[in-house]
Design a protein around this ligand. Structure first.
Ligand code: C2E
Ligand code: CA
Ligand code: CA
Length: 801
């Protein structure tokens, strides 16, 4: 008979009653058509009826546990009395005795379920009688043929009972999930033990009816001894399980692993079971495929404190609830619904398991917390706080990892914002930060392509492209990056235009190690900056130019100290009087090896190499003395000297200049300092500009038109003159746009009360046109080229005549 009938299975009354009625009908049909006429083969021993009924009750109510390794099966031995009934009682007596015993066991249990169990067994018992009579085929029940018939009968009863119950449960049960392996093992054990026991009983009764008493006594004695041994065996098994579970729990580091281990230990203990572990507001259970499912805990399983306040709680009708911490129900609990009875040893095991689970859960939680903190710290160490992008450390690490992959093409793009320092200085760090984080946000989506976008520091970003595509594709991506940064950025209601220069270098095309790759991308980025921004690929010839720059820096230092630099002068003429008004001092460097090096090349080298102050003072001291000397030739002659933005950063510039003016004897009003628009703009320069103005020197905005001075800003600056950039002047006769710029600049300067000088005048037409526009002064090859001091003196002398 099916020993593992699930206590957790509940039947829907409607379908269950229909099934019961159908089975009862089958039982009646079998009885009246085939059984009624049969007579007991072992002779009529009606006196045995109460004994069989008692045997039926006893064997149905006690499951004999049989242990195999860690598996304990509950076996029902009801086929022992059944076999005695088939051999020695008439069919109706047998049915009555077996059904009565079975009914007695089920007193107090749900009715539909009891009815279906009893009726299913009745039909299988009837089938068993038919099988016995057919199999014996006239032989003696106590012959080998009888033994075979007995075994076949027991097998038939078990199979039919299982088939019928399975059918009923399939139709009517809620939540029935049969463990066929366990059922098969239990039934096979039942068949083996019951047929052996049944045959011995038949043998004894055959000889003498009341030998059955002897059989019962022996059975009870064996059962008692066996049960004692089995209980201690089960304790031992449970202990062993507990030991294994505890040992495995101790080494687990994640909550999920602990929960899974606890749930599988419970299932191993109780067989087909529904176990939930509820902790931290989540209810976990194991799915059929071994996966863990988490859900909100159901109130049905919630623990209720019992009278003794012990670890066991729960509703009497619901699952068994075992608290993880017996002193604190909030820690969580195990809710167990077993398909067999949960005995004391099982409870002990569950309590100990729950206590160990609680310790393991807390330790796993601690581990998870630590791991989380460690990963947060690692994240912080590898990411930039302002933009949240990976920082230089993570970039370098990822670059090295990408280069370590054999045969992989890797591209590095370095992005630098143009003029960011000025924005930061002018509009404040708050605006600067906002721009940086918005640029970061615009670049971040590149990560979706598997690229690493990082902020290396300041206004410098880097994009690492592992498995780089072909050059044209990278070029397009680089252009996209530059364009997306160029979209106006909104900060505090202002729309700012931010431009970027981007340099790309690719390994292994350009080099193969990380340091060179970054350096090459850097060279390309500076080349992009020099050529007015945008994206630029690394080019070997630029590397040479970088080398040349490095070399020039060293040579320039030597030239400053060793007198290798000359100052030439270019006269400036008044357009109204035609007289010379000023000379602009321009540096000249004739290198032994490289030949003449233009100021456009060595001035940036001096600026980046920290030599610009020395250079400027070299020009200033010479120019002041020169002008003083030439004032004898041209009275009131001015001299113009170019300043770099960096010169204005020295706090003592005005003071020092005042001393140099004193030494030279030149009047401050005879000196003009030329500054480009951008160098005059930063806020840091304002103090120096005011001090210089106070000193009495003239200030001139050089290369006007190439920068981005706003009118309002221009008005604030304390300058006296605008010098229109030669690029506009040169083309103004042919280009209407350039002419308009020159014309409006002259008008603007007039309205602000400033004078205008046009530089780069290369022909007479331009000269005359400037005159007609009302420009104040002009400078250019048409009038005079920059000249060495001696030649300039001659030129001044001849022009003064
Ligand atoms: P800048 O201040 O605009 O100087 C005028 C430049 O225009 C000079 O170039 C001059 O030779 C050139 N120039 C004059 N007339 C004409 C013309 O008709 N046509 C053309 N195409 N060019 C003309 P140079 O001497 O090569 O200087 C280039 C730049 O280097 C200067 O531009 C200035 O920004 C810088 N520089 C020169 N000397 C110094 C210096 O002592 N200190 C600083 N900070 N910068 C200097
Ligand atoms: Ca100049
Ligand atoms: Ca200029």
């Amino acid at each position: 008979m099916v020993a593992s009938e699930s206590s957790a299975v509940r039947l829907r009354p409607g379908p269950a009653l229909v099934a019961c009625a159908a089975i009862a009908g089958v039982a009646a049909v079998i009885y009246f058509f085939w059984l009624a006429s049969l007579t007991p083969l072992g002779g009529d021993r009606t006196a045995l009826l109460p004994v069989v009924a008692f045997g039926s009750w006893a064997t149905f109510s006690v499951q004999v546990p049989v242990r195999h390794r860690n598996f304990i099966a509950g076996v029902v031995l009801s086929e022992i009395p059944a076999l005695v009934a088939i051999v020695f009682l008439s069919p109706w007596q047998g049915c009555l005795a077996m059904a009565a015993g079975h009914c007695a066991v089920r007193i107090g249990k749900p009715l539909t379920k009891s009815a279906s169990n009893v009726l299913a067994y009745l039909v299988s018992f009837e089938v068993g009688q038919l099988v016995y009579h057919a199999a014996l085929h006239g032989s003696s029940p106590v012959s080998p043929a009888g033994w075979g018939a007995g075994t076949a009968t027991v097998l038939a009863v078990n199979v039919v009972d299982f088939v019928l119950l399975s059918a009923i449960w399939t139709i009517a049960a809620i939540g029935w999930s049969p463990n066929f392996r366990a059922i098969a093992v239990q039934d096979l054990l039942a068949v083996a033990i019951s047929s052996l026991g049944g045959l011995v009983a038949v043998q004894l009764v055959w000889a003498n009816t009341w030998d059955i008493a002897l059989f019962v006594i022996v059975l009870v004695a064996i059962g008692t001894a066996f049960r004692g041994a089995l209980v201690s065996a089960q304790r031992y098994v449970n202990l062993e399980r507990l030991y294994e579970a505890t040992r495995s729990l101790g080494s687990l580091r994640s909550t999920d692993d602990v929960v899974r281990a606890v749930l599988s230990s419970c299932e191993a203990l109780l067989g087909t079971t529904t176990v939930q572990l509820v902790t931290g507001g989540t209810s976990y259970r194991l799915c059929a495929d071994g996966a863990l499912s988490a859900s909100a805990p159901s109130p049905r399983t919630a623990p209720v404190p019992d009278d003794s306040g012990s670890a066991l709680g729960g509703h009497s009708s619901g699952p068994l609830v075992v608290l993880l911490d017996k002193d604190d129900a909030r820690a969580g609990y195990l809710a167990v619904e077993a398909q067999r009875e949960i005995g004391r040893p099982d409870r002990r095991f569950l309590e100990a398991l729950a206590a160990n689970a609680w310790v393991a859960l807390r330790s796993a939680h601690l581990h998870e917390q630590l791991a989380l903190e460690a990963s947060e710290r690692r994240h912080q160490a590898q990411h930039d706080a302002l933009t949240g992008l990976p920082n230089r450390a993570l970039f370098s690490e990822s670059l090295n990892a990408a280069l370590a992959v054999e045969g992989q093409k890797v591209a590095v793009m370095l992005v630098d914002l143009d003029g960011f320092k000025e924005v930061n200085d002018t509009l404040g760090h708050h605006t600067g930060d906002s721009i940086l984080s918005q640029v970061g946000q615009r670049l971040a989506p590149l990560a979706e392509r598997g690229w690493l976008v990082s902020r290396l520091g300041g206004d410098e970003f880097a994009v690492l492209v592992p498995q780089a595509p072909d050059m044209p594709v990278i070029k397009d991506a680089a252009d996209d990056i530059v364009n997306c940064i160029a979209e106006p950025i909104a900060v505090d209601g202002l729309l700012l235009d931010v431009r970027a220069s981007l340099g790309v270098a690719v390994a292994p095309d350009h080099c193969s190690d990380s340091a060179s790759l970054v350096r090459h991308a850097d060279i390309a980025m500076y080349a992009a900056k020099r050529t007015g921004g945008g994206a630029h690929f690394y080019d070997r010839s630029e590397d040479r130019s970088t080398l040349r720059r490095l070399r020039l820096a060293t040579e320039l230092r030597r030239a400053i100290d060793g007198g290798g630099l000359d100052v030439w002068y270019q006269p400036v003429l008044n357009l109204v009087t035609g007289g010379v008004v000023s000379c602009e001092a321009l540096l000249r460097w004739e290198h032994d090896q490289f030949g003449p090096i233009p100021p456009s090349e060595f001035i940036p080298v001096a600026e980046s190499g920290g030599l610009i102050d020395q250079l400027t003072w070299l020009v200033l001291t010479k120019a002041l003395r020169q002008a003083k000397a030439w004032q004898e030739v041209v009275p009131g002659l001015h001299v113009a000297v170019n300043l770099s933005a960096r010169n204005l950063m020295s706090v003592d510039i005005a003071e020092r200049l005042s001393r140099e003016l004193d030494k030279s004897g030149l009047d401050a009003a005879s000196l003009t300092l030329e500054l480009t628009e951008s160098s005059a703009d930063p806020q840091g320069a304002e103090r120096a500009l005011i001090d210089l103005c106070d000193l009495g020197v003239n200030l001139s905005i050089d290369d006007y038109g190439t920068g981005f001075s706003s009118l309002s800003r221009l008005k604030q600056l304390p300058f006296h003159e605008l010098k229109i950039d030669r690029s506009f002047v040169k083309e103004m006769i042919r280009d209407k746009g350039d002419e308009a710029i020159v014309r409006s600049t002259i008008e603007l300067a007039r309205s602000l009360g400033r004078t205008v000088t046009a530089e780069g005048v290369e022909d007479g037409t331009t000269f005359r046109h400037l005159q007609s526009l009302g420009c104040d002064a002009a400078q250019g090859y048409f009038l005079a080229r920059p000249l060495p001091p001696a030649q300039c003196r001659d030129w001044l002398v001849s022009s003064a005549r």
